[in-house]
Design a protein around this ligand. Sequence first.
Ligand code: ARG
Length: 425
Amino acid sequence: MSETVVLAYSGGLDTSVAVPWLRETQGHEVVTLTVDVGGGVDAAAVQARALAGGARRAIVVDARAAFVTDYIWPALQAGSLYQGQYPLATALARPLIARLLVEAAHEADATLVAHGCTGKGNDQVRFDVAVAALDPALRVIAPMRVGMGMTRDEELAYARERGIDVASGPSSPFSVDVNLWGRSIEAGVLEDPWTVPPAAAYEWTVDPADAPRTTREVVIGFEEGVPVSIDGELLDGVTLVERLNAEAGGYGIGRIDHVEDRLIGIKSREIYEAPGAVVLHAAHAALEGLTLSRELLAYKRSVGDRLATLAYDGLWFSELGVALRAFVTHTQRYVTGEVRMRFMPGTASVAGRRSPHSLYDIGLATYDAGDRFDHASAVGFIALWGLPVRTQAAARGSGVDGTTTLLDELGADRLDAGSLTGAAR
Ligand code: ARG
């Protein structure tokens, strides 16, 4: 009896070839699963192509709302940027797709799931490990990794021989992955990290040089760390991110050029377009700066970094990931309020923030009238704060060595009173 495999199916050339390849060379029944995470899925066309390739069933699911709620928002709340730069668009979608693959496999009595990743990237790791975390009994087969290797022309011919209608337009000069949280672009001329990315690499963002010269203010509202409104208008998460992608992208905001470290040990030059993610990360951080204590902010930053690495490394469903996300959720109780962002060509900057839970106290902060801060108490505070340093210096000296003084090294000009000549006066 043949086994059933559920294939993560984008509808592109590789996975369209994988459908008949899995049937013909592996003897599997194939069910395809296409997950819309905001990459633009033509459901009818994708299903027709899958069935033409011999799939027994072609499933399409719009998972955009779940992607925003369960993956994008937690990563935003954590402030997770891989290596401080990459908002993780591709990495965050993988555990969601893996979960749906596992559910579809159970529904179809499948013993296998499949994906179209190559053996060189992060995504194979994410799929394989996420599937293992959700159902360790399922086996994973990745045709591109185990012998399907065909050139593009061979794939086109293979598909045509089987009557599969695949786009035969010019092949993209890049490898691209798209979802709501960003566009990931790699390969081709981008492989030289010194090469300026050509205009053709970008689709969501205009060249900042062509952006409007006028600035635009956008007010983003948050409820417990979740973005809920733009300029006072309440929006669902999908619409909110889409709108920011369009508007910030129109200002050339959100281009990221990153030489990143892949999990498998390769350095890789990657271009990202993530206008909404860049704006929201900046806005969210600004609101946290107003509403969270210094201690919590500092600790939380290390948690966000760790969660970024876990997501990047395919460990979204690990116990550590679950526990750290619970911590982040707890920190967001007071992250409610609004942030004023200013869009300018190529950048979005924070121009103001307010919150009903603000820890900012004007009576303490002001240098003007109304100052309630007890200046005298600073003296006692500093005496104790500096005590260990004072003790150390008294016992061991200042630690600043040098035979000459810095004043002498810098050639300070010393002018004594009464030293000027009459003429100079
Ligand atoms: N380097 C990114 C990551 O590992 C994106 C990879 C997406 N694939 C692509 N074809 N650009 O998450």
